[in-house]
Design a binder for this molecule. Structure first.
Ligand code: SAH
Length: 346
């Protein structure tokens, strides 16, 4: 499928295909036709391009390849129909994606890196370390392979699998631009959520682009000292700086921010934590998602009790902030938040 001397056409934007078509002295509308075959019809080889002349198809075959991921394994939850998809990439790296059934359709959660550098202590994805960024086509292909398999369309996309999307900034932005292109998959930007551990400079860069994307920021602590302990990357940025970038994002894009807060028994789930968090969030246009932490092999963190979660929620709600305790899906197949990992064990 891959060939080193050939170019990855699935990672090319419509503008880049258009530029190629111009240099190849072909009519302009061929660019849209090619883009449609790749992203709307999800063709896996050039011979499927029935409205493109044979000569151009031969040229495309000489210069490009169409990236396509094969699902190596599917693990279906017996509890809630969550499915975990495992892929082995061409260089042998293993990544995972997941689908979750919601009332309104299928949510697809994809990975953005092979491994992760951020080092969050409660997350499986940082083990065994970071290898590389995923390409645009590796991200798109997770969705396209799943849509082919389920015979339907994803209703929303979350970049919440393995990796830190804003640490793979250019490919993440290009992925979003390609999948929302009206001539291709035409996915609604407002149904795409990017989840970040909170890299303020990159959040500011994203805000400048004014894309219609939802942003989730993983907070998990209301105090710098605790956050630095459980999320080592945050030693580089204060909570105040992260929240300033969140505010800026809401201002630049008009979008509400979602904050993620994994409730960990006796670590970050006290009334003091809830009150401190409330003060920090009160003038930000936001929603808070509380998630009892999911168990990860080899980590000692325990989820908060239902009572502690409810109490935490009430305190936040009393300050007028929209808040939910999220149900977790797919824990029996290790497909829940923080359970996707680079090396898979069955
Ligand atoms: N790097 C990004 C996206 C990947 S993690 C980020 O940090 O946001 C996706 C979400 O799962 C994040 O909110 C992350 O903090 C959370 N998470 C990680 N481990 C978890 C666990 N064991 N239980 C619950 N949520 C977890």
């Amino acid at each position: 499928m891959n060939c080193k001397s050939k170019k990855d056409i699935l990672s090319m934007s419509r503008t880049e295909i258009f530029e190629y078509i111009q240099t190849a002295q072909q009519p302009k509308y061929r660019a849209d036709q090619i883009f449609e075959w790749l992203h709307l019809r999800k063709a896996e080889n050039f011979d499927e391009f029935t409205n493109v002349p044979a000569q151009l198809i031969e040229r495309l075959k000489d210069e490009f390849y169409i990236y396509s991921l094969n699902i190596e394994k599917m693990l279906v939850s017996r509890v809630d129909n969550t499915v975990k998809y495992v892929y082995t990439l061409q260089d042998g790296e293993v990544i995972e994606a997941a689908t979750m059934d919601y009332k309104y359709g299928s949510g697809v959660c994809i990975s953005t890196q092979a491994g992760c550098k951020m080092g969050c202590k409660f997350c499986a994805s940082q083990n065994p370390g970071f290898v590389r960024n995923l390409t645009v086509s590796e991200m798109l292909s997770q969705i396209y392979s799943i849509e082919r398999t389920i015979g339907g369309k994803a209703s929303n996309i979350t970049l919440m699998g393995i990796g830190e999307p804003l640490d793979n900034f250019d490919n993440t932005v290009k992925f979003a631009q390609i999948i929302t292109d009206p001539k291709g998959r035409d996915f609604a930007g407002r149904k795409i959520s990017i989840s970040t551990c909170g890299l303020p400079e990159r959040i500011d860069d994203l805000a400048k682009l004014k894309l219609p994307l939802k942003l989730s920021i993983s907070l998990h602590a209301a105090f710098d000292s605790l956050r630095e302990d459980i999320m080592p990357i945050s030693r580089r940025f204060s909570l105040e700086r992260v929240l300033e970038s969140a505010k800026n994002y809401t201002k630049e894009t008009g979008k509400r921010i979602t904050f993620e807060y994994a409730l960990i028994n006796s670590i970050n789930d006290s009334e003091t934590d809830a009150k401190a968090l409330l003060i920090k969030l009160k003038d930000i246009h936001c929603h808070l998602n509380l998630i009892p932490i999911n168990k990860v092999e080899g980590k000692s963190f325990e989820p908060s009790s239902a009572e502690a979660a409810e109490k935490f929620k009430e305190i936040i709600q009393s300050g007028g902030i929209s808040v939910t305790v999220r149900r977790t899906l797919g824990t029996d197949v290790n497909a829940a938040c923080g359970q996707l990992r680079k090396a898979v064990k069955f």
